[in-house]
Design a protein around this ligand. Structure first.
Ligand SMILES: [Fe+2]
Ligand SMILES: [Fe+2]
Length: 198
C-alpha cells in the first residue's frame, strides 16, 4: 500500500460452514506467529501482580519471584521453576479459583505431576492458614492417597508458604523470562497439535 502498511491477510468466510483450506492456511499462519508471543503475554500478565499486596507482607509478584527463586536455588528443574513462578498468576482473574487459571495456562507445557501440583496448590496451601479462617486445614486429606499428594505438599511447604519474607533476595523477573520462553515454546499436550508436532 502507498503508506507502506501491508494489508492483513484474512480468511473470507462469514460462517465457518463456508471455510476453505485456504482460509484455514491463513489462520494457521497467523496463529503460528501469535503463539510465539505466548510467553511474553504470560509474563505481561504476571506483572499485574506487582504492587498487589492484598494484606500480605509482600506483593503477589514478589511472592511469585520468591517462590520461583527458592525452587531454583533448591535445584528444581526449569519446568518446575516456571510452575513455581506462575502458580499464582490466576490471582487477577480467578479470585475464587486462582489455581485453576495457572493450571490451565501451564497444562500444554508441563508434566502431569506439575500440572496437578499447580492445580491443587490452593487446597494444600490451606493447610497453613485455613484454620485461621474457620476452614478445615486438612481439606487436602481428601487427596491423601493420590500419587502426587506428597509432591504438592512439598511444593507448598518448601517454596509457597515460605515465600512471604520481605527480606529475602529473589532473582528479578528477567532472570526467569528465558525459562518461561523455553517452556512455552514446547507444547506437548494440546488438541491442536498434529501427531507430527508432538
Ligand atoms: Fe496460590
Ligand atoms: Fe503462592
Amino acid at each position: 500500500m502507498a503508506d507502506g502498511q501491508e494489508v492483513e491477510t484474512r480468511a473470507k468466510f462469514r460462517e465457518m460452514l463456508e471455510g476453505s483450506k485456504d482460509d484455514w492456511d491463513i489462520i494457521a499462519e497467523h496463529s503460528r506467529h501469535f503463539n510465539k508471543g505466548l510467553a511474553g503475554r504470560v509474563i505481561d500478565h504476571l506483572k499485574l501482580l506487582d504492587g498487589d499486596f492484598g494484606g500480605f507482607p509482600v506483593d503477589r509478584l514478589t511472592h511469585s519471584l520468591q517462590t520461583a527463586t527458592r525452587a531454583h536455588r533448591d535445584g528444581r528443574d526449569e519446568e518446575y521453576v516456571v510452575c513455581a513462578l506462575l502458580h499464582d498468576i490466576g490471582d487477577t482473574l480467578g479470585s475464587f479459583n486462582h489455581p485453576d487459571v495457572a493450571a490451565a495456562i501451564l497444562k500444554p507445557f508441563v508434566s502431569e505431576a506439575n500440572h496437578w501440583m499447580v492445580a491443587n496448590h490452593g487446597m494444600f496451601q490451606g493447610y497453613y492458614f485455613f484454620h485461621h479462617l474457620g476452614l478445615d486445614r486438612n481439606m487436602r486429606d481428601q487427596f491423601r492417597d493420590h500419587p502426587h499428594f506428597e509432591y504438592c505438599a512439598q511444593f507448598c511447604h518448601l517454596y509457597d508458604q515460605s515465600a512471604f519474607d520481605p527480606d529475602y533476595q529473589s532473582e528479578p523477573l528477567d532472570f526467569f523470562v528465558p525459562m518461561v520462553e523455553r517452556v512455552f515454546s514446547r507444547p506437548k499436550n494440546s488438541m491442536y497439535l498434529r501427531k507430527t508436532e508432538e
